[in-house]
Design a protein around this ligand. Structure first.
Ligand SMILES: Nc1ncnc2c1ncn2[C@@H]1O[C@H](COP(=O)(O)OP(=O)(O)OP(=O)(O)O)[C@@H](O)[C@H]1O
Length: 307
């Protein structure tokens, strides 16, 4: 894969776990920080702080204000100011290592799992700062569920995977659980495919089906916002399109923030696109603004590279 723009250093992978329903991953392991300071590079293009020229009527569900993340003296995210519109799909776009995943994981405070990350600034949901010391972390994570790159169904039946999410929400009534299992499987377009084997192991589903199951389990927790980190990267094209279709339907009831570096996926999904580079927001706007009228040279180069 060649690119005509410098790719940010990316020697550390994030593979941490999340306790509230969307995924159960192996525990976090951090390697050494890229020492060459590339991510300290400053971008000359000014950041646009308002979200979209065309989306300005959509209320913001999430406000990110003067938000910075540092690790070992290097800047990973620099002065991020974003308003995430409610009931829309916001896509975080940018080359590998530009900080998309870090930003996504700060939104539901998975950053807490990385003592090396120093965070400052504010992320407001319903007017409350999620980093305030008195915040209830469980509530934050219930509001914002994360769907990861690869599906991690729990080692139990399809039915129990969803029931697990419902139990996190405090639902115990068996009749209600049964109804909601069906509802959430329908929400993700999986019901017809699994209704005759609900008590079979989730692990026997295809990877694409497992990803939709994890999405359904996350929905059962009752989030307002769905965070998705390259949710189709492990899937074949047909399964990927199914996830995209479900996302487009889900935005009627939820706000989605999706990390991708697949340009065509961003075009298909996004109401609003945030282009990031070296830890900064370079440009943001509607797909038409970003793809047909890019302003900054770096975005133009990125689009030309086809990544
Ligand atoms: N816990 C951490 N400690 C130190 N550095 C980190 C940590 N987490 C991420 N980084 C660094 O921050 C930078 C941004 O990483 P991040 O995973 O957010 O980028 P990304 O845009 O999501 O990349 P990709 O598309 O490859 O997933 C990288 O250089 C990465 O090495």
């Amino acid at each position: 894969m060649s690119a005509s723009y410098p790719i940010p250093g990316n020697k550390i992978r994030l593979t941490e776990s999340f306790d509230a329903g969307f995924l159960e991953e192996p525990s976090f392991k951090a390697g050494s920080l890229d020492a060459d300071g590339q991510i300290e590079q400053s971008i000359s293009t000014p950041q646009q702080n308002a979200y979209s020229t065309n989306d300005q009527k959509a209320p913001a569900i999430l406000s990110i204000k003067n938000f910075n993340v540092q690790a070992a003296g290097s800047t990973i995210l620099k002065n991020i100011n974003l308003e995430i519109p409610k009931g829309k799909i916001t896509v975080l776009l940018g080359p590998s290592g530009c900080g998309k995943t870090t930003l996504l994981k700060c939104l539901n405070r998975l950053s807490d799992l990385h003592p090396s990350l120093k965070v400052n600034g504010k992320i407001l949901i319903d007017g409350e700062d999620i980093f305030h010391p008195t915040q209830d972390l469980t509530k934050i994570r219930q509001k914002m569920g994360l769907l990861s790159q690869r599906p991690f169904p729990l080692p139990m039946s399809i039915y129990k995977n969803i029931a697990y999410g419902l139990k996190i929400k405090g639902i115990r009534d068996k009749k209600v659980i049964k109804e909601k299992v069906e509802k959430h499987l329908k929400d993700v377009g999986l019901w017809e495919e699994v209704k005759d084997r609900l008590h079979g192991p989730a692990a026997r589903l295809s990877i694409g089906q497992q990803q939709r199951l994890c999405l359904a389990r996350g929905l059962a927790v009752g989030p307002e916002i769905i965070l998705a980190d390259e949710p189709t990267s492990a899937l074949d094209p047909i399964s990927s399109r199914k996830i995209e279709e479900e996302f487009l339907r889900l935005k009627e009831d939820y706000t989605l923030i999706v990390v991708t570096h697949i340009l065509r996926q961003a075009r298909r999904l996004a109401d609003h696109i945030v282009f990031m580079y070296f830890g900064e927001v370079i440009e943001q706007g509607t797909p038409d603004e970003i793809f047909n009228h890019p302003k900054s040279d770096i975005l133009k180069q990125y689009l030309q590279s086809g990544h």
